[in-house]
Design a protein around this ligand. Structure first.
Ligand SMILES: [Zn+2]
Length: 127
């Protein structure tokens, strides 16, 4: 008897589509690694943009924007590179659920949230 689980895994529920792209990078040994375009659930997209999920390996993080990914084999520098990575991976993508995703507004929101956490709010201050 083979037992087949009825419940989908967390990954299956949140990674809605993986499509090949024409982007990719040449590996040092000469192979060409093609990049995939992921379509994620709104929940995971939200976590990605808030730094609670690694953009490189999609591992859930304990804190927002940790120095590096908590996954031992990944070590992606989330704090330094996550936003750039998301901009590259998801900018211009129209994943149905977040079509026309207002990137600027979201980053603005993130910055404001981060700012408020520091406890030194100066409303209306222009940089
Ligand atoms: Zn990672």
């Amino acid at each position: 008897m083979i037992w087949t689980p009825q419940e989908k895994s967390e990954w299956e529920r949140n990674v809605l589509a993986i499509e090949p792209t024409d982007r990719g990078r040449q590996l040092p040994d000469g192979r060409f690694m093609q990049e995939s375009r992921l379509t994620l659930s709104p929940e995971w997209m939200d976590q990605l943009f808030k730094g609670y999920r690694c953009a490189a390996c999609l591992e859930r993080q304990e804190e927002a924007f940790p120095e590096v990914c908590c996954s031992a084999w990944c070590n992606f520098p989330i704090r330094a590179e996550q936003r750039d990575r998301l901009a590259i991976d998801f900018m211009g993508q129209q994943p149905g659920i977040v079509a026309g995703f207002p990137m600027d507004r979201e980053l603005d929101y993130l910055e404001r949230e981060h700012y408020e956490k520091k406890g030194s709010v100066t409303p209306g201050k222009e940089l």
